[in-house]
Design a binder for this molecule. Structure first.
Ligand SMILES: [Zn+2]
Length: 373
């Protein structure tokens, strides 16, 4: 997809309202019981509907991505809703509104679950699902519901049959604007050194884990972006040599998304054996530098800050998911374990349970409102 198009700047006006609500909240007296702790907007638990911790963890993370929160709470999404597939996006907006603007400490994602379950019955079953796969389903459905076509200049909309429009127009939505990036693979024939490029769109990058016990996120990134040599059965057909040749392949980010999601590949499959890698992966909360992996011409905002984490405990089949999210209003980190919510110090955000990491190149804080003169 074209990356040159410019989009309007994010509008944070809804946060001024939220910040005012928070500012005006009277802190409870010191000796009051714990249940009287102030309830901050967006710091809301989610009811478990029977093994739906994977859903709750993903909802918490998505509901802490400020531009996405702003887009739904401000009602902007209504203008983009595709009539024939609006159910999931509408239900998502309802849950988010309850979480950000409701009075309750805890809400039920029932409506959202049924909307998604109508399309994918597997999510109605009370069985554990993979949070990463679930995230991709949710992002795809939100994109389908909210996409708009942008016509390339050389085509007239009316002259193109409906069935072909998707091929010719660029589709964009709040989801592609926030989460969609592009990888560019350089493919070099090791005999004639002819180089070709192949592009691939992504919303989540699945990173290999190069160590059994301990490593850094940078080690995982280096492993993903290092040059790979394809030999034997994996050789690629070279159009110059007109035969299969040994090939060197290397990926680089040719379009960096505003919010980049890393999936740590903890589930290893060896033949029929599945095992979980419990490697303690060290990841930074601020200033993750992606410069080495972004094509030089596209290094506009290479520094990323962590905004949310999905954790996985236990094994593949009987595990449990929780989320750590940074609240854009209070600027504090919170742990979300279904209905249980607690503030946590920055030092507790990095653990060996991390499974998905959400990084953003935009700081999620409320811009200072100018004083009215
Ligand atoms: Zn060749």
């Amino acid at each position: 997809m074209a990356s040159q198009r410019s989009f309007p700047e994010d509008d944070f006006s809804i946060y001024y309202v939220l910040a005012e609500c928070t500012d005006h909240y009277d802190p409870c007296p010191v000796n009051e019981a714990e249940e009287n702790q102030p309830h901050f907007q967006g710091v809301t638990g989610l009811r478990n509907l029977g093994n739906t911790c994977y859903m709750n963890a993903i909802l918490q993370c998505l509901c802490s991505i400020s531009p996405l929160v702003e887009y739904f709470l401000s009602g902007k999404y209504i203008n983009s809703l595709q009539k024939d597939c609006s159910e999931v996006a509408t239900a998502f907006a309802y849950v988010m509104t309850d979480m950000w603007l409701g009075d309750s400490d805890c809400v039920s994602p029932e409506i959202f679950r049924s909307a998604l379950g109508n399309l994918y019955p597997v999510f109605m079953k009370k069985t554990q699902q993979d949070a990463q796969e679930f995230l991709i389903y949710v992002l795809n459905e939100l994109h389908e519901a909210l996409k708009k076509y942008h016509w390339r200049k050389s085509y007239e909309k009316k002259s193109i049959p409906r069935c072909c429009r998707r091929m010719i127009a660029n589709e964009s939505s709040i989801i592609t604007r926030l989460f969609e990036g592009q990888l560019s693979y350089s493919i070099i024939c090791l005999k004639c050194e002819n180089c070709t490029y192949k592009n691939e769109v992504f919303t989540v990058i699945s990173l290999p884990i190069p160590s059994e016990y301990e490593c850094s996120l940078q080690d995982c990134l280096q492993c993903f972006f290092q040059q790979d040599t394809l030999t034997w059965n994996n050789r690629i057909h070279c159009s110059f040599c007109e035969t299969k040749q040994e090939t060197a392949v290397r990926a680089a980010i040719s379009k960096a998304p505003k919010t980049i999601v890393f999936h740590l590949k903890r589930f290893d499959i060896l033949g029929t054996m599945k095992r979980k890698l419990r490697t303690d992966i060290h990841y930074p909360l601020t200033n993750l530098d992606l410069t080495p992996y972004i094509c030089p011409t596209f290094r506009k905002h290479p520094k990323y800050n962590l905004c949310a984490v999905v954790n996985h405990f236990g094994d593949l089949d009987g595990g449990h998911y929780t989320a750590f999210c940074k609240n854009s209003v209070t600027q504090a980190w919170y742990s979300f374990d279904d209905t249980r919510v607690s503030e946590i110090p920055d030092t507790s955000v990095q653990t060996a349970a991390a499974y998905l990491l959400f990084y953003s190149c935009q700081p999620f804080s409320i811009p200072r409102q100018k004083c009215k003169s």
